[in-house]
Design a protein around this ligand. Structure first.
Ligand SMILES: NC(=O)c1ccc[n+]([C@@H]2O[C@H](COP(=O)([O-])OP(=O)(O)OC[C@H]3O[C@@H](n4cnc5c(N)ncnc54)[C@H](O)[C@@H]3O)[C@@H](O)[C@H]2O)c1
Length: 305
C-alpha cells in the first residue's frame, strides 16, 4: 500500500505513517501535471489546500481508495468524481477550529484598534498617539453568519469579551449554546444591519457563493466591520471595494480571497482592509493535530479495507 502526500504536512503526520509501517512518498510541491501522471501508483492521497484534486487527477487513479484532507473545507476536491469512483474522502473538521477562532478575534481587535495603521505609522518614523483612537469589543454586537464549529468558538470568545452575540444558520442552533451565550438567533439581514462586527463562517457552496454583495454591504452600519476567514468567494470583492469607497462599511479583514493568491491590488493596499494570506488555521497546534488526525484516518482505512 502506498500513500502520496502532495502538500506540506506536519511531522506528526509523517511519524504516524512511519510507525504504522505504511509506505509513503512526500512530494509537497508536486505539479498538477506530475500528480496526474503519478497518481495511478497510489492507494491513498493526503492533501491540504494547495493540491487541486480535480476529475483529471481522479480518472487515472485506478488504485486510489482514500483521500485525506488535513483541514476543513473540501472545495479543492471534486467530490462528484470521487463519489463516482467510490474513493472515500476524509477531513479533520475539528483540528483548526480554535486556531481560526482566535485569529478571528485577533482580526476584530486589529480592525477596531487600527493596529496595522499604528505599526506602519511607527515604521515610517511617526508617533501618532492622539490620532489613532480605536474602539473596544466590550458592549459591541458580534454577528456570525454560520455558527458551526468555528462560529460557535468565536461566539464563546466574543461572549468572554463582553459582546452581545447574534447568529444565523441554515440549521437549528443548539439550544444549550443559545442559552449559554445568550445568542439572539437572527436573519442574515438582521445581522448585517445590527452587528458591529459581521463575521462569516460558512462553507463555500452554490448558495453561499457571492452571498455578501453590494446589497448586503449597504445594509451594514457605516461603523461596522466585516471579517471573512471562511472562503473568499462568499464575498463579492469588487462590491466590497465599492462599499468601502462609498463609506458604507468601516473596514474589512480578509484571510481568504476570490482567487488565491489574490490579484486585486486595490483591495490589498486599502487602508481599510487587513489582508492575511489564508493563515487563520495555521498554528503549530492546529497543523499538528490536522496532520495526526488525517494520517490516522488514512492508516485505519487502508488497514481495515
Ligand atoms: N481561513 C482558514 O484557514 C480556514 C480554516 C478552517 C476552515 N475554514 C473555513 O471555515 C468554514 C467553516 O468551518 P466550520 O468548521 O465552522 O464548518 P461547520 O460546517 O462546522 O460550520 C459551518 C456552518 O455554516 C452553516 N451554513 C451553511 N450554509 C449557510 C448559509 N447559507 N447561511 C448560514 N449558515 C450556513 C452550516 O449549517 C454550519 O453550521 C469552512 O467551511 C472552511 O471553508 C477556513
Amino acid at each position: 500500500m502506498k500513500v502520496l502526500i502532495s502538500d506540506s504536512i506536519s511531522a506528526t503526520a509523517l511519524s504516524v505513517l512511519r510507525s504504522s509501517r505504511i509506505d509513503f512518498t512526500y512530494k509537497p510541491e508536486i505539479s498538477s501535471e506530475n500528480l496526474v501522471r503519478e497518481i495511478a501508483e497510489y492507494d491513498a492521497l493526503i492533501v491540504r489546500s494547495r493540491t487541486k484534486v480535480t476529475r483529471e487527477v481522479i480518472l487515472p487513479a485506478t488504485k486510489l481508495r482514500i483521500i485525506g484532507r488535513a483541514g476543513v473545507g473540501l472545495d479543492n476536491i471534486d467530490l462528484k468524481a470521487t463519489a463516482e469512483r467510490k474513493v472515500k474522502v476524509v477531513n479533520t473538521p475539528y483540528a483548526l477550529t480554535n486556531a481560526v477562532a482566535e485569529f478571528t478575534i485577533g482580526l476584530m481587535i486589529a480592525l477596531a484598534r487600527q493596529i496595522p495603521k499604528a505599526v506602519s505609522s511607527m515604521r515610517s518614523g511617526k508617533w501618532e498617539k492622539s490620532s489613532i483612537t480605536g474602539s473596544e469589543l466590550k458592549g459591541k454586537t458580534y454577528g456570525t453568519i454560520g455558527i458551526g464549529r468555528i462560529g460557535a468558538r468565536v461566539s464563546e470568545l466574543a461572549h468572554a469579551f463582553g459582546m452581545k452575540i447574534m447568529a444565523n444558520d441554515v440549521i437549528p442552533i443548539p439550544k444549550d449554546l443559545i442559552d449559554r451565550l445568550g445568542i439572539s438567533v437572527a436573519s442574515r439581514d438582521q445581522i448585517l444591519s445590527e452587528a458591529d462586527f459581521v463575521d462569516i463562517h460558512v462553507p463555500l457552496t452554490p448558495e453561499t457563493e457571492n452571498m455578501i454583495g453590494y446589497r448586503e454591504f449597504s445594509l451594514m452600519k457605516k461603523s461596522a466591520f466585516i471579517i471573512n476567514t471562511s472562503r473568499g468567494k462568499v464575498i463579492n470583492e469588487s462590491d466590497l471595494l465599492k462599499a468601502l469607497s462609498e463609506k458604507k462599511v468601516a473596514g474589512a479583514a480578509l484571510d481568504v480571497f476570490e482567487v488565491e493568491p489574490p490579484n486585486r491590488l486595490e483591495l490589498l493596499k486599502s487602508e481599510k482592509v487587513i489582508p492575511t494570506p489564508h493563515i487563520a488555521g495555521q498554528t503549530e497546534e492546529a497543523q499538528n493535530e490536522a496532520g495526526r488526525m488525517v494520517a490516522e484516518q488514512v492508516v485505519e482505512y487502508l488497514k481495515s479495507a
